[in-house]
Ligand binder design. Structure first.
Ligand SMILES: Cc1cc2nc3c(=O)[nH]c(=O)nc-3n(C[C@H](O)[C@H](O)[C@H](O)COP(=O)(O)O)c2cc1C
Length: 301
């Protein structure tokens, strides 16, 4: 969904009249006419769901209590999901995880100096530094597969070791890597090319509601969730764990960024539809859950 459509729908769903929408969004009369027509079915859907949205948080917490847990699919002998998304494409190798040489800073220092960083220097990350950031946050150090179960172990904890998160990268300044959108393969420890067109940068920037740090970042991590990997074992309660898992990944991104002379800022404010579109996700089987803009610290920080 493009930015204009999003803004129109956002304001319209909040009951703004035509004049106010035009004022807030800069849309012309013709554009508003066109959107009124083409988005009529979607607006009806939004209007019907708005009352449910008003208290979904409380109901989510209440209805995902342990006491309500049905027998999950694993218990019902349903086929196990894959632990890693199968993905083909041009691959770019990263320096091996056993060979990464990063100047060490103490854990105390990394925690102490961590702040959300929203402006970055022009300096790129090296491929080794990127490899380190991925090692800390998403790399799978072990992979177990049988007919009954499949899982990975990583450098972050995850409920039941389900590790339902996938990692995508919008790369703008990494030495030796052409700017573009990539998928990170956690078993092969490599990047898989998704999109190297100039449009993808605008699309992700818009998707992150035009937060400047995305435009200026050396790399923006985009984390998606594949809920069935977790709900296969935990049913609806598994959805809680996706968000908790994402927090662990976010903190390791933060601390690893400090260790390579950089910084990060997490991103929870994004346009779900647009971000899912950028990654080619359906928003149900897999959806964007969290993002983080990263770059080297500006001089003097
Ligand atoms: C779940 C989550 C979502 C966030 N989303 C955004 C965001 O969309 N934009 C932004 O500028 N900062 C975002 N932040 C960063 C917070 O604003 C920041 O962590 C907070 O102000 C505390 O500052 P500190 O990280 O420097 O300690 C987010 C942080 C978290 C944990």
């Amino acid at each position: 969904m493009d930015m204009k459509s999003f803004e129109y729908l956002y304001h319209k769903a909040r009951g703004m009249d035509r004049e106010r929408i035009a004022r807030e969004t800069g849309l012309s009369d013709d554009e508003i006419d066109m959107m009124e027509q083409s988005y009529a079915p979607l607006l009806r859907e939004i209007a019907a769901e708005m009352p449910q949205a008003a208290d979904i948080g409380k109901r989510f917490v209440r209805l995902t209590r342990y006491i309500y847990a049905n027998r999950a699919d694993q218990e019902l002998d349903m086929p196990r999901p894959d632990a890693v998304k199968p993905r083909e494409g041009e691959m770019i190798a990263l320096p091996g995880t056993s060979k990464i040489a990063i100047p060490s800073i103490s854990l105390h220092q990394a925690i102490d100096q961590r702040r959300s960083l929203r402006s970055y220097s022009d300096q790129p990350f090296s491929l080794e530094e990127l490899s380190f950031l991925l090692w800390a946050s998403s790399w799978a150090r072990d992979f177990r597969s049988s007919e009954r179960n499949e899982f990975t172990r990583r450098n972050v904890p995850s409920a039941g070791s389900r590790h339902s998160l996938e990692c995508y990268l919008l790369i703008q300044r990494v030495t030796g890597v052409k700017p573009g959108l990539y998928y990170y393969h956690p078993l092969k420890h490599c990047l898989v090319v998704i999109d190297q067109s100039p449009q993808i940068f605008v699309a992700v920037y818009d998707g992150c509601l035009r937060q400047e740090m995305v435009r200026n970042s050396a790399v923006t991590f985009i984390l998606s969730a594949v809920p069935y990997r977790t709900s296969w074992r935990y049913g609806q309660r598994g959805y809680r764990y996706l968000y908790i898992d994402a927090g662990h990944v976010g903190q390791n991104i933060h601390l690893a960024a400090e260790a390579v002379g950089g910084g990060a800022c997490m991103i929870g404010a994004f346009q779900d539809e647009a971000m899912n579109e950028c990654l080619g996700l359906d928003g149900v089987q897999e959806f964007v859950i969290y993002a983080a803009a990263l770059g080297k610290k500006p001089s003097g920080q």
